[in-house]
Design a protein around this ligand. Sequence first.
Ligand SMILES: *Cc1c(COP(=O)(O)O)cnc(C)c1O
Length: 430
Amino acid sequence: MPMQAFSYRDGELHGEDVPLSRIAEEVGTPVYCYSQGALEARYRAYVAAFAGQRASICYALKANSNQAVIRTFADLGCGADVVSEGELRRALAAGVPGRRIVFSGVGKTRGEMALALKAGIMQFNVESEPELIQLSEVAASLGLKADIAFRINPDVDAQTHAKISTGKAEDKFGVPWTRARAIFAQAAKLAGIRPVGIAVHIGSQLTSLAPFEAAFRRVVELAGALRQDGHDIVRLDLGGGLGVAYRDETPPDIGEYAAMVQRVTSPLGCELVLEPGRSFTAEAGVLLAQVIYVKQAEERTFVILDAAMNDLIRPTLYEAWMGIVPLRQPQPGTARIVADFVGPVCESGDILARGRETAPLAAGDRVAILTSGAYGAVMASTYNTRLLVPEVLIRGGAHAVIRPRQDYAELIGLDRLPDWQLPGQNRGSA
Ligand SMILES: *Cc1c(COP(=O)(O)O)cnc(C)c1O
């Protein structure tokens, strides 16, 4: 990343020009902080890398769908990849024009299809034959035609965590690439469908180019066969999945990725769609937390934070390694300890980092959990009746709360008592 979004200055961790302790004091912890400069830098790096190719960049909203984050990208001309009615509404509300929106996902309903058709989206990525038939019906009933790409399952191993691998034959995603020609033939006959391309997305947090290249070669080969069958293949959607460095990974840089894409796909002369999610936002965010207690158990030291698995589930769900650093820079030469960073949630799995070397910490100290801008806040829940975590956007020396912390009345007020439990009712058994 060309800009260093989070760095120590005068011994204090800053986000751009703002000391993060200031945000922690004003908003409280836990809180997610994002650097707008870092978000913009990532988008611009993609644009620069793909400058010689006709590529639409459609940010995969599910990585971080705060309105202010989407708006940051939309203001630069970026499109959106959405996977639900909610995300479609978020994209439109943040100012992404319909013609820059791609709709992915295995379970689109009639209602979602109709909404997207009326919004005039660029393309549906269709993942099954029943979906194809239903989409044709919905489009025809509205007097429209849906531009579609088939998401094919190329059956390649993305060499990533099983829970974020999507391109193996055993995964639920896409249509088997071996069935693609039959499905295209069927699609070409449907009244509400205009088949325009092929889509592929094999997984997330890929740290090598080889699985991408294997998948893209399969797509190109298939596109050639489909053209011979008489289909007008004009668009290739290459999905997202580029990894980031959480620890010591060395993901391919965007320039190498773009060069490989050009090498593999340029003979077809297709328009490209790219759907980056994680690589747009992960490194632009941190989660701030405060130490509640340091608990010395017989065999281990537990640093108990006020952030937990409900705020950031990646370590629990994907066994993800996330860097944790104190907001106040330790003096050089400070002896280090080994500790487990855990949250207050009543689950043994509520561990943010295990056996981690750290400068000694005490109650009241604050830390930042690094590289938390993707699949962090969006996966937060209120488990253990903990308030949904707030978010802050930083730009230069300014910061703004882009999602305030819920309050307890709001959270508990979502529930309703049935009338037979209201005061004055006979609450005994019938
Ligand atoms: C999740 C997803 C993406 C984004 O993946 P990242 O690994 O975050 O880049 C792109 N396309 C589709 C279809 C997805 O499901």
